[in-house]
Design a protein around this ligand. Sequence first.
Ligand code: OGA
Ligand code: MN
Length: 282
Amino acid sequence: MTAITVTPCTGPGAEIGNVDLSQPLSDEDFATIRQAFADHGLIFFRDQTITPEQHIAFAERWGDINVNRFFTPVDGYPEIAEVRKEPDQKTNIGGGWHTDHSYDQEPAMGSILVARELPPAGGDTMFADMAAAYDALDAETKAKLDGLEAVHSSKHIFGGESAYKDSGDVGERLHNADAADALDDVVHPVVITHPLSGKKILYVNPAFTLRIKGWTPEASLALLGPLYGHAMQDEFVTRFEWKPGSIAFWDNRATWHYALNDYQGERRLMHRITLEGCALAA
Ligand code: OGA
Ligand code: MN
C-alpha cells in the first residue's frame, strides 16, 4: 500500500493524502497523521466518504469527544454537531475570526469538520496560524506580552443578552440548559506554550477575548487591536475551498478560523466533532 503523504499548503496547514478515513488506521499511519497535526496545527483531507460512525471512530483515535453545548446534534449522534446554514438564514456560524472554546477553562483541542452539503459556490473557510503570527512579532512586542493574561467569555455570543442569540440563527439552536456553564469568564495566558508542539502561540482572538486581565477595555483594545491586525495578514492565512468529501481538522490552540458567509440563499451543512483539550499554560 502507498504510504500516507503530508503536503504542506502554501499558507498554514498540510494536506494528508493516500488515506481512507472510512477504514481503521494502523498505528503507524495514525502516528504520521498525528505528527502532521502537531507540526501544522491544521490538516485537510480530500475525497473521503465517511459515515457518521466512521467520523466518530476517527475522532476517538485522538481522545475524548466534547459534546457541544450550543449546537443541534445530528439526529441519532449526540457526539456530532450540525454546523448548518439554511437558504433563508442570513448569518452563519463562525463568520468572523475566532477560535472555538477559548471561553472554557480547558478549551477544546480542536474540531474535525466534514462537508455534508455545500453551496454551489462560496462557503470557504479561512484559517490563520497563531504560532507563525507570534514568531513574526518584534522582540519588543513579545516582551510586552510576556506574563500577561487575557479574560475570555462567550456571554456576548451565546448568552441571554446576546443579539446573536435572538437572531433566530444560532440562537434557536442553543442548548440552554447547559449554556450557563460556559458563561463564566475564564483567564488564559496571552501567549501559551502549545501542549503538543511546544511552540509559543498567540492565544487571544477577536470573538471571545474580552480584555487583558487587570487592564481597562481601552488599554486592552490598544494592545489587542494591532495584534489582531498583525495575525490576520495574508502570510499567516490559508483559505480552504471545500469540495464534496473534504474534511478539515484544526487545532484551536494553534489556529484561528473564519467561515465566509458569501453564499446567501443556499444551504451549507457540515458535521463537526469537537475533541476535549486541557488547561493552557504560558
Ligand atoms: C465551527 C466553525 C467553520 C465553517 O464549526 O466552529 O467555525 O467553515 N465553522 O463552518
Ligand atoms: Mn468555529
